[in-house]
Design a protein around this ligand. Structure first.
Ligand code: HEC
Ligand code: HEC
Length: 373
């Protein structure tokens, strides 16, 4: 029985094949499959076009795709107002804090608004971030995003014992004793009353006005394709593709304004920083920090929330190795699933560093107001 069935099956198959071979379709020459076009253009040629037309970036699943973009205008700059002038004076005012330091002691314009130190003086365990483009960080201030308003952030900076250790209940009185402030408040707010709210408002206006300026990258994106070297263009390409940096460092400021755990969480005292968990209380947020923007990153070493990484070369090397635990460095919580070994060659790593150098703008020249000198 079995044998017969098989013979029938074979017969039917042959019949089918026979009928197929008679079909008009099979009589025609099958067109050869289209060869996949090989793009022989150099990386420079591929990138000599609008950034949206450049080779597709490599995105992890679930990422909101935001392309890199040129520096936007800061909506908080305008003609220098008297509120801005007051805010600037307060920013440099050492007599606000109890320990003779001002915002500018740590956010020094000559150091791209940082202090160049591993961690800020005063006993804290975190690295002082630049405050350039802080207007863009709305709702995400501090490394862990714990301050959702500028007023909260500035209040903490003034009152925290590890920053200025000042007292906003006393500062208005103290300022009223310094000749010059009465006139500044009068000009800014139409009356000479010095209040906590006015101090916070003027400082907010000033810090939002601080921004970085045009970089080689911005000129490149605007169509000056000679603004970047071949190596920097290679770096830009790797940043968007093989090295996956764009997944977190994206948009005009190279940050997704989101929080990720990249490990390397041991601070100089040897303890682990809980990061965002301090703000949200959630176990899932342990060890997460906000993606920092990368404009002027070449000018703001050392790196990381704890200042534990000295150079850009080291940052890239660690990312390339999937952020291994080295020395006393440990992870706190769970490493981001988007941090994996990248297999970058040393030439490729150097190209990424060269690209990061194309994000630098000239040093800001800001003179402290006379009143504070
Ligand atoms: C003793 C050094 C020190 C002083 C003084 C200081 N800061 Fe900071 N500032 C820091 C450090 C460190 C951080 C990061 C702290 C953190 O994330 O926990 C920071 C964070 C900030 C941020 C948030 C930036 C970001 O990327 O999230 C702003 C804005 C800022 N400071 C403004 C000010 C202003 C305005 C003053 C003056 C009222 C001031 N700071 C005084 C050290 C200082
Ligand atoms: C999963 C998201 C993510 C990816 C992917 C990523 N980064 Fe980051 N990057 C971050 C976060 C978050 C930090 C801050 C970590 C901390 O302080 O604990 C950071 C820090 C940095 C810093 C230090 C900046 C500073 O001011 O301290 C540099 C430089 C940097 N990243 C460059 C890169 C480059 C280049 C790539 C690609 C090779 C990359 N990153 C990939 C999220 C990411």
């Amino acid at each position: 029985m079995k044998y017969t069935k098989n013979r029938y099956g074979l017969y039917i198959l042959l019949l089918l094949l026979g009928s197929c071979s008679k079909s008009p379709v099979a009589d025609r020459e099958e067109p050869a499959p289209e060869p996949v076009p090989v793009d022989l253009r150099s990386t420079r040629e591929k990138y000599s076009t609008a950034i949206t037309e450049c080779p597709e970036a490599e995105w992890y699943t679930g990422i909101i795709k935001r392309e890199l973009a040129e520096l936007p205008a800061n909506p908080h700059t305008g003609p220098s107002s008297s509120v801005l002038q007051l805010g600037k004076t307060l920013f440099f005012e050492k007599r606000m804090g109890s320990i003779q330091n001002s915002c500018s002691s740590c956010h020094n314009p000559a150091k791209f608004w940082t202090d160049g130190r591993k961690v800020a003086l005063g006993g804290g365990v975190r690295n002082t971030p630049s405050i350039e483009n802080a207007w863009y960080l709305k709702g995400h201030l501090f490394h862990d995003g714990r301050a959702t308003t500028y007023a909260d952030q500035i209040t903490e900076a003034i009152e925290s014992p590890i920053e200025m250790d000042g007292d906003l209940n006393i500062i208005p009185w103290r300022l009223s004793q310094i000749p010059g402030y009465i006139a500044l408040f009068e000009a800014a707010y139409g009356s000479s009353t010095i209040t906590r709210e006015r101090i916070l408002d003027a400082l907010e206006v000033y810090i939002k006005s601080i921004h970085s300026s045009e970089t080689a990258f911005d000129r490149f994106v605007r169509g000056d394709y000679n603004a970047l070297t071949d190596q920097q263009i290679e770096g830009l390409h790797l940043f968007r593709t093989k090295a996956k940096c764009i997944n977190c460092h994206n948009g005009p400021f190279f940050t997704d304004l989101d929080y990720h755990n990249l490990g390397y969480a041991t601070n100089y005292r040897g303890s682990l920083d809980n990061g965002c968990q301090e703000a949200t209380g959630l176990e899932a947020d342990k060890g997460k920090f906000r993606t920092p923007g990368l404009r002027n990153v070449a000018n703001t070493a050392p790196y990381w929330h704890n200042g534990e990484i000295g150079t850009l070369e080291e940052v890239i090397d660690l990312l390339n190795r999937g952020m291994p635990h080295t020395g006393r460095q440990r992870i706190n919580g769970r490493l981001s699933p988007h941090i994996r070994p990248l297999q970058l060659t040393s030439d490729e790593q150097q190209a990424i560093v060269a690209f990061l150098n194309a994000l630098s703008s000239p040093e800001p020249h800001v003179v402290a107001p006379d009143l504070t000198q």
